[in-house]
Design a protein around this ligand. Structure first.
Ligand code: FNR
Length: 384
């Protein structure tokens, strides 16, 4: 560890067998040798112009395993779709070469990488928008929280509601982002439908008060997410497209009056589209039926019966709870976020039951190599 800021390690869960995590599984056409995926993680280390940097190439290289799955950090499909200065884009051809360096490096190590396609909608700030315009959303309702401009954290701006005639152009942005991802050499794309970003804002009725065909009943509120998914399928085929949803998440001031119906419907429809995988962000609170709004949290286990292909679960997993969920069959893979930040060799550490290095939150977003590419593997730490 070279940062010197987070030297301690987390106590390993000793004697926890993790056998099932290290059995093969399938994502679309890809055979994976293990079930420990890397979750999408915004790290804001791109070069000017939102171009993927050499530092990013090294970061992904360190986290690649043979026949393992990485989901890239969220990548804006347009300038308006960005709320985080330094997030690498997939909205211009000049960004493709940088991503090609990433995908070639992952492939050279035998790994697989999907690109997460992103439009933040209302979770942005006028400073990040072209001409200082208001961010866009299904309805003019502001979120609580912060965007990241070049000035640091700034409160989300009041968005303006998209006019009906503007929506096809945004779906086209996702389609052209998917096409650039193909040219950049990714193995597939994941639609970021979670965490209160634009597709989620359309889906949930706390943020969608529209009265046209994109608002009102769930069939209308799900339309945007399903059309975006179909746009990606038109480029990649259904078996190389995944979708991430967060049925119990409240990040981005999200709420829905009937999450079980909303997320049950969208899961069924995504299954009908034949996508490769559904990626579910699990409720952070375990072992309780109380979450936001007093409603029961919706987890992968509730959606599993409605989805027939690969299911990835993420959010708050330990090696033991990851092993449990794949053993019970409620998920096929588990995506780890924060542990992957501070443990570049996370699958190997889990396999061997080695201690995990603690992550340093202060270096999550933006900055340089510190807290990014300087976390050692267990092997390097032992040799030091
Ligand atoms: C995230 N998360 C996230 N999710 C997503 O869909 N796209 C993204 O770009 C990001 N970016 C991001 C950055 C950072 C620094 C953190 C900590 C988290 C959420 C992430 O994928 C994962 O769902 C959560 O971190 C919960 O999983 P863990 O960390 O408990 O394994």
């Amino acid at each position: 560890m070279t940062t010197g800021r987070c030297p301690s390690t987390q106590a390993p869960e000793r004697n926890v067998p993790v056998a099932k995590l290290f059995t093969p599984t399938q994502v679309g056409p890809y055979r994976l040798s293990h079930r420990v995926a890397m979750a999408p993680l915004t790290r804001m280390r791109s070069d000017p112009g939102d171009i993927p940097s050499e530092l990013m190439v090294e970061y992904y290289k360190q986290r690649t395993t043979k026949d393992g799955l990485i989901i890239s950090e969220a990548s804006p499909v347009s300038i308006r779709g960005n709320g985080y200065a330094g997030a690498p884009g997939i909205y211009s051809d000049t960004q493709i070469a940088g991503w090609q360096r990433v995908t070639e490096t992952v492939h050279a190590r035998g790994g697989r990488i999907f690109q997460q396609l992103w439009h933040v909608g209302r979770q942005s700030h006028v400073d990040l928008q072209p001409n200082g315009d208001a961010p866009v959303a299904p309805s003019a309702i502001a979120a609580e929280g912060h965007a990241y401009s070049t000035r640091g954290e700034v409160p989300f701006s009041m968005p303006r509601a998209l006019a009906l005639h503007e929506i096809p152009a945004i779906i086209e942005e996702f389609r052209s982002g998917a096409e650039r991802a193909l040219r950049a050499g990714f193995d597939g794309v994941e639609i970021h439908g979670a965490n209160g970003y634009l597709p989620d804002q359309f889906l949930q009725d706390g943020t969608n008060k529209r009265t046209d065909e994109y608002g009102g009943p769930i069939e209308n509120r799900a339309r945007f997410m399903l059309e975006v998914t179909q746009a990606a399928i038109s480029v990649w085929g259904a078996d190389r497209v995944g979708v991430r949803i967060a049925p119990s998440g409240t990040y981005g001031s999200m709420s829905d009056s009937d999450p079980a119906a909303t997320f049950g419907y969208v899961t069924t429809q995504l299954d009908r589209l034949g996508i490769a995988y559904l990626h579910v962000v699990e409720p952070r609170i375990k072992g309780t039926e109380e979450l936001s709004h007093g409603r029961a949290p919706i987890a992968a286990q509730h959606l599993r019966p409605k989805f027939s292909r690969t299911l990835i679960a993420a959010g708050g997993f330990t090696p033991a709870s990851a092993e449990a969920i794949v053993t019970f069959g409620d998920a096929d893979l588990v995506a780890f976020g924060r542990h992957f930040i501070s443990n570049p060799d996370l699958p190997e550490r889990i396999r061997q039951g080695l201690p995990l290095t603690r992550y340093d939150r202060s270096t999550f977003y933006g900055g340089d190599a510190r807290g990014y590419t300087d976390y050692p593997t267990a092997e390097a730490a032992a040799a030091a």
